[in-house]
Design a protein around this ligand. Structure first.
Ligand code: PMP
Length: 286
C-alpha cells in the first residue's frame, strides 16, 4: 500500500481523506504538477516548482509550501514508497469552506488542500512505445483559453485520448483555428531536415518543463529551432514528429491521421533528442 501526503501528514492511501466540499472536487479549482523519478531521483524539480508557483499566482492562490519543504515531501515519498522509476503527482486546490459557492472563499480562513502521491512505473526509460513510435489523430481543441495554467480540468484531454484509443491510435493533437496547439498531455513538434518546429508560448498551450529543457539542449547541440504555429497538413508532410512531457520524455510520432511520417519509424532527430534529454536530466537529477 502506498504512503501518500495530505495537508502535512504522511498516511496510508486508504486513510487519506478530502472534504466533499473541496473546490478541487466541485469546481476543478486546483492546479497540479507531475515530476518524474529516475534512479530514485527527481527530474527537473525546480522547473516544476517554478511553474507551480506561477499557476497558483495566476489563479490568486497563495503558495502554501516553500520550495525546500516541497522538495523534502517529494523525497520522503520517494523513499517511503521505494520508487526507482516513476512519477510524483502533486495537487493543490483552493480548499474547502464547508459549502459550495462560486465566489472564492477567504484565503485567511480557508486553507488550500495539498495532496501528493507516487506512481511506481518501472520501465519508463525503456518504454516500448518510444521504440515503436506513437500514432496520433487530430481533433478540435475545445479546452478553455488559459492552457498555460496547469489546472486539473482534464476532461477534454481525457476525452481526446479516448477518441484516439477508439480508432486504434495512441494520442491526439489538438487543432485551433487551423493550427496545432499541443497534444492531450504533451507538447507537439515537427522536424523538417535538422529544423525542429514547435508552437510559440502563449495562453494557448502549457509551457512544458520538458519543452524548455529539450529546446535548450537542441540549441546547444547546434540544431535549428523555430517556435511558430504549424498545421496538420504541414505535420503530415514533415520528416519526423515527436511530443515531450515529464512522464514520457521525448516520444517519437510515426503517424498522423493515418499518414505515415518519413519511413513510418521513429526519426533520427527525435531519438537523438530523447537520448540527450535522458542523459542530461539523469545527471542533473536531485
Ligand atoms: N501540454 C499539456 C496539455 C500537458 O498536460 C502536459 C503534461 N502535463 C504537457 C504539455 C507537457 O508538460 P511537461 O513537459 O511540463 O510535462
Amino acid at each position: 500500500m502506498r504512503t501518500v501526503y495530505v495537508n502535512g501528514e504522511y498516511l496510508p492511501e486508504n486513510e487519506a481523506k478530502i472534504s466533499i466540499f473541496d473546490r478541487g472536487f466541485l469546481m476543478a479549482d486546483g492546479v497540479y504538477e507531475v515530476t518524474s523519478v529516475l534512479d530514485g531521483k527527481l527530474i527537473d524539480f525546480d522547473g516544476h516548482a517554478v511553474r507551480l508557483a506561477r499557476s497558483l499566482s495566476e489563479l490568486d492562490m497563495a503558495t502554501p509550501i516553500s520550495r525546500d519543504d516541497l522538495l523534502e515531501v517529494h523525497r520522503e515519498l520517494v523513499t517511503r514508497n521505494g520508487i526507482e522509476e516513476g512519477l510524483i503527482y502533486l495537487q493543490i486546490t483552493r480548499g474547502s469552506d464547508g459549502d459550495r459557492d462560486f465566489v472564492f472563499p477567504d484565503p485567511e480562513t480557508t486553507a488550500p488542500t495539498i495532496v501528493l502521491f507516487t506512481q511506481n512505473k518501472p520501465g519508463m526509460i525503456d518504454n516500448p512505445a518510444a521504440k515503436r513510435g506513437a500514432k496520433i489523430i487530430s481533433i478540435e481543441d475545445q479546452r478553455w483559453g488559459r492552457r498555460d495554467i496547469k489546472t486539473v480540468q482534464l476532461l477534454y484531454p481525457s476525452m481526446g485520448k479516448m477518441m484516439a484509443k477508439k480508432v486504434g491510435c495512441d494520442d491526439a493533437w489538438m487543432v485551433e483555428d487551423g493550427f496545432v496547439t499541443e497534444g492531450t498531455s504533451n507538447n507537439a513538434y515537427i522536424v523538417q531536415g535538422n529544423k525542429i518546429i514547435t508552437r510559440q508560448l502563449g495562453h494557448e498551450i502549457l509551457h512544458g518543463i520538458t519543452r524548455a529543457a529539450v529546446l535548450r539542449m537542441a540549441r546547444e547541440a547546434q540544431m535549428e529551432v523555430e517556435e511558430r504555429s504549424f498545421t496538420i497538413e504541414e505535420a503530415c508532410a514533415a520528416d519526423e514528429a515527436f511530443t515531450t512531457s515529464a512522464s514520457a520524455f521525448v516520444m517519437p510520432v510515426v503517424e498522423i491521421d493515418g499518414t505515415a511520417l518519413g519511413e513510418g519509424v521513429p526519426g533520427r532527430v527525435s531519438m537523438r533528442l530523447r537520448e540527450i534529454y535522458l542523459d542530461e536530466m539523469r545527471k542533473a537529477a536531485i
